[in-house]
Design a protein around this ligand. Sequence first.
Ligand code: GRF
Length: 216
Amino acid sequence: MNKLKLGVLASGRGSNLQAIIDNIESGSLSAEIAVVISDQAEAFSLERARKHGLPAIHVSAGGYKGKREEYDALLVRELRKFNVEFVVLAGFMRIITRVLVKAYPDRIMNIHPALLPSFPGLHVQKAAIEHGVKFSGCTVHFVDEGMDTGPIIIQAVVPVLDNDTEDALSARILTQEHKIFSRAIQLYAEGRLKVDGRRVLISDGTNNADAFLINP
Ligand code: GRF
């Protein structure tokens, strides 16, 4: 069977990208990375991809200030060049527009380091500590035209400790991100996700226990 062709968009260090690569190489994720694209020329994610022999390209956003849709149209052209079927946002630090969403409807996933709909946006681990929540975590969701608003696929929960720093909480959450992102992509690749309005139903023949991953 043909493997799902992923296009990964990543702006930074690429630890989520690395987890996906590792899970593909170990056989626990049945997909292939067709291309890694970054808006940042120096992104470590590009280096990680090249180290594994994957196509890795920089698509500069310079010259696209105030023209986000035009930039996204450029991204869509690049993704199509590599026959990408499914787009993974792995720390892609740009707000994407309807141009990309419409090109890949219900075929874009994002990972967010909080339990959505709490704490959308940036610096959310710090915000969670300052707010005093006792639990935070991470969310994999389909991407729609809003910011961190799309239908939720899987969440993982981690405790927020009294002496937590932003770095400590971020690291605890990141460990879970690396697990649930690949898990969600695998569920999609197996055809087990059904979007029903705001809800994502996971069919596994029994129940949707997959969605209740707590410190898996
Ligand atoms: C992660 O915390 C992810 O949840 C957020 O951006 C960060 C990317 O980290 N969207 P990395 O580049 O995958 O290491």
